[in-house]
Design a protein around this ligand. Sequence first.
Ligand code: G6P
Length: 372
Amino acid sequence: SAAEKGGWSSFMKKEISEEPDAVANTLRGRVVGGTVQLPELDGVAEELAGINRVLILACGTAAYAGMLGKYAIEAWARIPVDVELSHEFRYRDPVLDERTLVVSVSQSGETMDTLMAVRYAREQGARTLSICNTQGATIPRESDAVLYTHAGPEVAVASTKAFVAQVTALYLLGLHLAGQRGALSEAAIAAQLGELEAVPHKLQQVVDAVSGRIAELAHWMSDTQSVLFLGRHVGFPVALEGALKLKELAYIHAEGFAAGELKHGPIALIEPGQIVFVLVPSPRDPSSLHKKVVSNIQEIRARGARVIAIAELGDVAVVPFADEVLRVPLAAPFFQPLLGVVPLHVFGMELATAKGLDVDQPRNLAKSVTVE
Ligand code: G6P
């Protein structure tokens, strides 16, 4: 009902506006004096200390959060991490044992594919940790431990605020493991936590700054047939998430690519007028990824693509090559995706709205898929 939406035109619009709170509430009480406090993991502390591998299992948007978790946990805690779609994992005779930590990520905690994968992992002797947004759901009940995200109830079928909360929880887990293993210094952990705590405010700036402009862009693009998304490193899962939103909400063909893969095939798709969103890494990043992605933009622009760049404030290098630049505040590399994803969530919603579609209830989809 209109009352439940609190004056918003859709649950999705309301839930995107709640992305800053989803992160803030997931952090609340868990960062104290520059350290991670996760008392819910106390009961499995010994098991966690003994793991030699992490396997993240999820479906849909939650799996993209998992990909970000993989990059962060490996970088911070120096433990090998894999991320796999639950339904693929379950039926391929995977290798795992009691030193494997299986981390399931699920907003609903009821996704049957993920539940079956967790059950299977337990049977194989793995330790199981659930990252879940729904108190008392089946997956957390069947796991050894649970780390709840506090995004609040998510009603729109396409996930938005749950995604940023899942990434937040995975980052907390990564920093917790890094501390436990001494893989990062106390100062380095405190610095990353400081970055994480700054995210809600920056997210609010993005929500406020980009929404109007994206509505205009989506209006002009309402008859587009295909949209591509490019990202690299932590921008890659964001590209996949942007594409999924367009499929789910606007029913148009969309694909996300790792920008480095462009020359290995996808560049053949570029023809005049093709819309391409590009997540641009920070020019302050010590890696050379900013330069590489800007050169990808030049390559596709030369072939007629219409480029919408999502770039950090003050990044002037992209300006000559982009048709449009959507700005996000400065953040350390691992925190950029939490900001860059917002314009893509808004774009999916606005393109669907421009096409006259129901953004909360897309055709053929269910909020939680409780069948295999
Ligand atoms: C459905 C939803 C997606 C969601 C996926 C996983 O397919 O449409 O938005 O990402 O399920 O849901 P879960 O509840 O496990 O996070």
